[in-house]
Design a binder for this molecule. Sequence first.
Ligand code: NAD
Length: 490
Amino acid sequence: MADGKDFLHFIDGRFVASAGGGRFENRSPVDGSLIGHVAEGGGAEVDAAVAAARAALRGPWGGMPVARRVELLYAVADEINRRFDDFLAAEVADTGKPVSLASHIDIPRGAANFKIFADVIKNVPAETFEMATPDGGQALNYSIRVPRGVVAVVCPWNLPLLLMTWKVGPALACGNAVVVKPSEETPGTATLLGEVMNKVGIPKGVYNVVHGFGPGAAGEFLTAHPGVNAITFTGETRTGTAIMKAAAGGVRPVSFELGGKNAGIVFADADFEAAVDGISRAAFANCGQVCLGTERVYVERPIFEKFVGALKARAEGMRPGLPQDQATGIGPLISQEHRAKVLSYYEQARADGATVVTGGGVPQMPPALTGGSWVQPTIWTGLPESSAVIREEIFGPCCHIAPFDSEDEAVQRANDTPYGLCTTVWTSNLSRAHRIAGRIEVGLCWINSWFLRDLRTPFGGSKQSGIGREGGVHSLEFYTELRNVCVKYA
Ligand code: NAD
């Protein structure tokens, strides 16, 4: 994988340093210690990776029968599971997230993403149409799905393996070759996956990784590269805007999973404990660094005070600590830079007149961990809806709770955002649940649940939270081209 703890690019089946030897530091979010160095890719590495991917499409990968591709993707999943502890260690080192979380979600889903899309591609139905031809004969139309070609996969740091394989799995299942640009914060598991690809016999050049930064660097070079046929991206809406401009050159398709400012809505008739549990996870899981997280909570007035008290108790019960410690309830943020951003919103909330129900700062940590990116889980009430804290994505362990008096008001306030990723609604009134699902402007609407994911279902956001849907057969729309074949016969 790497040279000691150095993270190299994976290009054409080989681990390589940058041509000019450029590299940058990778530091632990837990204590700020040096994990290792990451090769810093630029134009030369992107060129080499795109060329390797193109060559793979012309080589054995391009002509490989679907059944063989499926076998190989199953083998990738099995190998990730066999090396579960290595992936877990790499993910935890990069992110600082609790082992209990990464072992439950990140790594198993990383493996599952290869299996599910192998199954999907095995079972693609084809459509056929018979037609009469003007000369009295007949023709049969049928459509086949062909790969897009070289797909650029640009990834964030919050769920590195899970979100990367969510793209790489279907891309490879559909017969594409990929160039992955992992987040500069989390190089580990993408690099490790290169070892897996070689071990199971994925042809060289099918999976490539170029490390580095975004603007004016590897990310931008990759998304602007004329040899890239399609771009799939998960990250901030602002970055999506820049990538969309790059994609316009060459008129390349994009699939975007972007930011959110998701609302949770809790009615007085909800199962109270279940709602507190669900909103607590939605606000604080992964230290609030989940695109599907809830930073705006609307609670029906009769239970407002009780709900605020119950969520406060949850927040205060989450112990920050080492990832390996079973008692750890919350990890650090990804970096000092991100912590500065989150803390600036904590300040903003105070300036805008919030009542700080709990948190609002940095927790007391033992001396060995004070170099980490820790923040307190935080709850506010009393902010005006115009506050930046309510309007902008913070991506930290925090939420604002406001009371509401009617279903209409709750829906209107939930929809009052440029984002439209998801919502979580808690009620025992089934009619109301269906009504809200029809009116809420999001790609994903959870009722009495949150983050329940069936990988066959469409996933994505509306408004500024994304373009397109992936998941199950929906991923085929992006990772393949449909080609119609018309055969005339007498
Ligand atoms: P980010 O947009 O800062 O970076 C994501 C990736 O894009 C990184 O690899 C980065 O190097 C690269 N990049 C940055 N600028 C670029 C440019 N100009 N051209 C090409 N590549 C560029 O996002 P992040 O901070 O890593 O992740 C957090 C964000 O991701 C949040 O906004 C979160 O909501 C979002 N997210 C969304 C989903 C979803 O499914 N909708 C899932 C996870 C995260």
